[in-house]
Design a protein around this ligand. Structure first.
Ligand SMILES: O=C(O)CC[C@@H](O)C(=O)O
Ligand SMILES: [Zn+2]
Length: 561
């Protein structure tokens, strides 16, 4: 039986944690002896949570959204027989198994496909697409199904083409760090594989336990290491892609420099399976940092300024230079939600008296802070090659931000387990939000100085209609994750959010999708971030590469008038 798991976000509760330090303002003189080398920079792998099967029914996408089925063929017995010839025993029609792949992990969209195909090779993908193309059957390529915008599941009855069994590492070069693998390799497994060889993957996401590298590339996923290692557009060196008509495009080179003609792979990176099916990836992996340190910082209430968060970022950039590997932020409502739904402990929450021990700080705790909730928290990570040197640098930053009053509380972790615990607070916000109710998600690029204004603006605009309006994200990349929760989906709330959020973003010359792509849910708002000429060119490219429009229809591009 096929068990499709929803994302395995990094998990674990805080427990007693000797070996990490808490800092409060004024404690900087005691910042000493930090910086044990860490064996790895990956966060905790964790238990998967519930499967879709057995959960309450998700509304069918065409019932919730205005979308018309395009005139594709429907899968016949003859088609199933043809698929069975291509991939014997890997044509899944059991409704329960297919159902899992019809629903996105956020449980917000649901297609009605009746068939799931599980090829193992590019040749098999090619034969499947050749058949679908001839028969005018629509295809939904699917990786780990961890997307946020409804791009990874069918809208109607598209054939689901899963990369789950395409999970072989093809080669790894231990001098260059170049990894070549099939598209269905799970990111966390690749991370483990390259770490054993003293490298790391250039990207890391909360969904690493389920997402596939092919899906990461197809959506141009950003994630938690973007600040340091940049976009997949830079780290992916080559791709193998099967085109809509079944042609195999082999651009799976491993060259760092190749200036011969157009860089075709870039067209498929971020195309969300609408231009071709990525079947293999060549990617350059950075050397594994010998030391990773994480500081988690907060501020006491009464100084709610986002300005101080920005100044802290500026200080970190200036003082940490090339070893700064992440600068993430979250607001107090996020912290409240990870506490409420996941029982994670706030490591810098101030307490009212010395009798209120925080178990997570029972080790070498420094000093208590004031007795209030911080309006913002930041997570700063350094990754470098010299443990002592890196810790010294981060310690100086902490001294600086504490002494200047930019932050009032902080904790620093040097060993892997504590680092993972701090990261869990940030990585598991998505999970906490989805336990809070229906989530309206926005993933925006904005000028950093305006990054939080939209959150406060929306709190006023929405009032009690929203349960929570939260802001968090990759501040170092100018990327805000604005999430609004409500008891249930509501057209009225959606109407209050959209197009308002998009128009606001466009006014700042931001992007309506910083890293999640457009998928099904955001395809009609592309025009807020791209001029009409660009949209038209994209539509022409789509028509050229997929003239029948069978690849991931209803996604990424607005329907042509
Ligand atoms: O759930 C979200 O809105 C963001 C998910 C992910 O991109 C993250 O950075 O945690
Ligand atoms: Zn993100």
């Amino acid at each position: 039986m096929l068990l499709h798991l929803v994302p395995r976000w990094s998990a674990r509760l805080f427990g007693a944690s000797p070996g990490w330090r808490r800092y409060t303002r004024g404690a900087s003189a005691r910042l000493k002896g930090l910086g044990c080398p860490r064996g790895t920079s990956s966060r905790l792998a964790c238990t998967a949570y519930s499967t879709v099967a057995g959960s309450p029914e998700v509304m069918l996408t065409p019932e919730r959204y205005p979308v018309e089925r395009l005139p594709f063929s429907t899968v016949s017995e003859e088609d199933l027989a043809a698929f069975e010839c291509i991939i014997p025993g890997r044509v899944i029609t059991d409704p329960e198994q297919v159902q899992t792949c019809n629903v996105d992990w956020l449980k917000t969209v649901r297609g009605s496909s009746t068939v799931l195909l599980r090829p193992q090779t590019s040749e098999e993908v090619s034969q499947i697409l050749r058949h679908c193309y001839k028969r005018n059957l629509a295809v939904n390529p699917q990786g780990g199904n961890t997307g946020m915008v409804g791009g990874s599941v069918p809208v109607f009855d598209e054939v689901i083409l899963s990369t789950a069994l395409m999970n072989r590492v093809i080669s790894f070069h231990d001098v260059s760090g170049i990894l070549v693998c099939q598209a269905g390799c799970v990111l966390e497994e690749l991370s483990r594989y390259v770490q054993e060889r003293d490298f790391i993957m250039p990207l890391d996401l909360g969904a690493k336990g389920s997402c596939h590298i092919g899906g990461n590339v197809a959506t141009n996923a950003g994630g938690l290491r973007f600040l340091r290692y940049g976009s997949l557009r830079g780290t992916v060196l080559g791709l193998e892609v099967v085109l809509a008509d079944g042609t195999i495009l082999n651009c799976l080179t491993s060259l760092r420099k190749d200036n011969t003609g157009y860089d075709l792979k870039q067209m498929f990176i971020g195309s969300e399976g609408t231009l071709g099916v990525i079947t293999a990836v060549s990617i350059v992996c950075p050397p594994r940092p010998k030391a990773v340190n994480v500081a988690f910082l907060g501020r006491s209430a009464g100084c709610p300024g986002f300005t101080e968060v920005l100044q802290t970022f500026r200080t970190c950039k200036g003082m940490l230079g090339e070893i700064l590997s992440a600068f993430e932020f979250m607001d107090a409502e996020c912290m409240q939600l990870v506490g409420q739904h996941l029982h994670l402990t706030n490591p810098v929450r101030a307490v009212t008296s010395s009798t209120q021990e925080e178990p997570s700080l029972s080790g070498d705790q420094e000093e208590r802070g004031s007795n209030s909730e911080s309006p913002f928290y930041v997570l700063v990570e350094t990754s470098g090659s010299s443990a002592g040197h890196d810790a010294e640098k981060l310690t100086s930053v902490l001294e600086q931000v504490l002494n200047s009053g930019l932050v009032t509380d902080g904790t620093m972790a040097t060993d892997q387990r504590k680092v993972q615990m701090l990261w869990a607070l940030r990585e598991r916000i998505t999970e906490a939000l989805s336990r809070d109710g229906y989530v309206f998600k926005y993933d925006l690029s904005l000028p950093v100085e305006r990054l939080y204004d939209l959150v406060t603006d929306l709190r006023t605009r929405l009032g009690p209609r929203a349960k929570h309006v939260v802001g968090y994200g990759h501040l170092g990349d100018g990327n805000l994750h604005l999430n609004v929760t409500a008891e249930a989906f509501s057209q009225e709330l959606l109407g209050a959010l959209e197009p308002y959020v998009y128009a606001w973003t466009a006014e700042q010359r931001g992007s309506v999708s910083a890293e999640h792509g457009l998928g099904f849910k955001k395809k009609n708002v592309l025009g807020y971030s791209k001029p009409p000429v660009a949209v038209k060119l994209m539509q022409q490219l789509k028509a050229m590469l997929d003239p029948k429009g069978i690849l991931n229809p209803y996604k990424t591009l607005p329907a042509q008038a």
